[in-house]
Design a protein around this ligand. Structure first.
Ligand code: ZN
Length: 227
């Protein structure tokens, strides 16, 4: 599906949303799904008339296994420059465990979770660690921590368009905050939703669930206000 001109949503990947950004100056894969999904991403890209070697950059919204799972395979096939927030680079590079939320038995749960990730995840070097306010062409990096320390939203002010990863979920027609179990700091995650609500936004794309194509700011503001 072409969300807006030049931004494609790889619908056939059911578990996490991957976007392909086709601009005159660059071709970007945004997020890398779970492990084993590179083939599906390349098929979609080839359907648009591109080859893996045409990809200039891979942008990660955050360092969760269902958003970075195929990143090493994507990078190896494309030679693309890998962009992620500096606070999540240790996750992408396999140098630090994922910190989960303060739920019962969280120490045990966290150890099991990270043990599982170590078995299936192939890390990749982050070539361009970014931070809040950095520019990627016309796009701006907005740091929205709380789900992970280095969660970011990629925002295009001119097009009033944001790709927010898991900072906001869109399920069954409802916007929601990221789940407590998988968020290292829920208070920070709520503050990040307010930060997104302050953006001038028409279109909002999520890591899970379909994009909002109209008047996204109003919906995000309602979420931030608890309505
Ligand atoms: Zn996530």
């Amino acid at each position: 599906m072409e969300v807006v001109p030049g931004l494609h949503w790889v619908e056939r990947i059911w578990d996490t949303k991957v976007y392909l950004l086709c601009e005159a100056e660059r071709l970007v894969v945004i997020d890398a799904a779970t492990p084993g999904r590179a083939g599906a991403i390349w098929r979609h890209l080839e359907g648009l008339g591109y080859a893996p070697g045409d990809v200039d950059e891979i942008w990660l919204t955050h360092g969760d296994i269902d958003h970075m799972g195929s990143v090493a395979a994507l990078k190896a096939a494309s030679g693309a420059r890998l962009v992620a927030h500096q606070a999540d680079a240790p996750l992408v590079e396999g140098r630090a465990p994922r910190q989960l939320g303060p739920v019962p038995l969280s120490n045990l749960w966290q150890r099991l979770f990270n043990w599982g990730i170590d078995r299936i995840f192939q890390p990749a070097a982050v070539d361009a660690p970014v931070e809040d306010g950095d520019r990627l062409g016309e796009w701006r990096v907005v740091h929205v921590p709380g789900h992970t320390p280095g969660s970011v939203c990629y925002y295009h002010p001119g097009r009033r368009l944001a790709i927010v990863g898991d900072a906001i979920n869109h399920r069954r027609g409802q916007l929601g905050e990221p789940p407590l179990t998988f968020s290292n700091d829920l208070a920070q995650a709520r503050a990040s939703i307010e930060k997104i609500a302050a953006l001038d936004l028409e279109v909002c794309c999520f890591g899970h669930g379909p994009p909002l194509l109209q008047d996204a700011a109003r919906r995000v503001q309602a979420l931030a206000a608890g309505r």
